[in-house]
Design a protein around this ligand. Structure first.
Ligand code: CDP
Length: 238
């Protein structure tokens, strides 16, 4: 069993599990579940890009006018607050989960994610959150840029149609129609293209195709890999 967070904090060298992959590949929900199985905390780096976007949108609804300086100043209102099992992105101290997942933010977040100083801001916040704790972090460049030294790197992929279906079921809380799946698949493929440059599989990442896996199966695979890494010499699993 991987040591819980409190033990980890005392020991100083900590396990980082990096989970990257394209839109709706199940990174966040998987990372959250894996973290809870391991008794460590989850960090969702995408939530920080989304929170910076939400803050920029509140100040200026016309995203064509956003400069990098403007977005960075809007991002100053964003904080990453530790909870029991996950870190929460807050805007002006408040939880804004629905706003983060809404279509206004989703359709503009790629603009913010392309800004190098915004990327550096997210990386620094995530690295700070991980200081002193074992963490499972999900995003797109976690295994390549944010934690290139992570001892376990996972790259999750799934067929675009399957990803679209999962995202719709999560959003609509019912089975989607064929037309809805087709439209969402097209939207996802467009988002993939916009995010392509920052969605990087590390050379030492374990590729998991989840198209035909249940979420529990993918979680159990990652947990098993994390336990193996946690037992290997020179690694503090907590
Ligand atoms: O909806 P999905 O799960 O794909 O996205 P997310 O993980 O919430 O991330 C939202 C957006 O933030 C992505 O579409 C990327 O543009 C950006 N992102 C990034 O560039 N690098 C990361 N490490 C995480 C997210």
């Amino acid at each position: 069993m991987i040591s819980p967070v409190s033990d980890a904090a005392e020991r100083g060298r900590h396990l980082v599990v990096a989970i990257d992959g394209p839109a709706a590949s199940g990174k966040s929900s998987t990372a959250q579940w894996v973290a809870s199985e391991l008794g460590v905390r989850h960090v969702d780096s995408g939530a920080l890009y989304r929170a910076a976007t939400a803050s920029a949108l509140r100040r200026e609804s016309e995203s064509a006018l956003w400069t990098e300086d403007f977005v960075l100043s809007a991002a100053a209102d964003v904080t990453l607050v530790p909870g029991d099992t996950t870190f929460h992105a807050r805007l002006a101290g408040a939880s804004i989960e629905a706003e983060l997942r809404g279509s206004d933010v989703t359709s503009r977040v790629f603009l913010v994610a392309k800004m190098p100083r915004v990327r550096a801001w997210v990386s620094a916040l995530v690295q700070q959150a991980a200081e002193g704790y074992a963490v499972v972090v999900d995003g797109r460049d976690i295994g390549t840029v944010v934690f290139p030294q992570a001892r376990l790197k996972i790259f999750l992929v799934a067929d675009a149609r399957e990803r679209a279906k999962r995202r719709l079921i999560q959003r609509l809380e019912r089975q989607p129609s064929e037309t809805e799946v087709a439209a969402e698949t097209t939207a996802l493929v467009h988002r993939d293209a916009k995010d392509e440059s920052q969605t990087q599989q590390a050379v030492d990442a374990v590729l998991i195709d989840t198209t035909y896996l249940t979420q529990e199966e993918q979680v159990q695979r990652i947990v098993a890999l994390a336990r193996q890494v946690g037992r290997s010499p020179g690694v503090d699993a907590g």
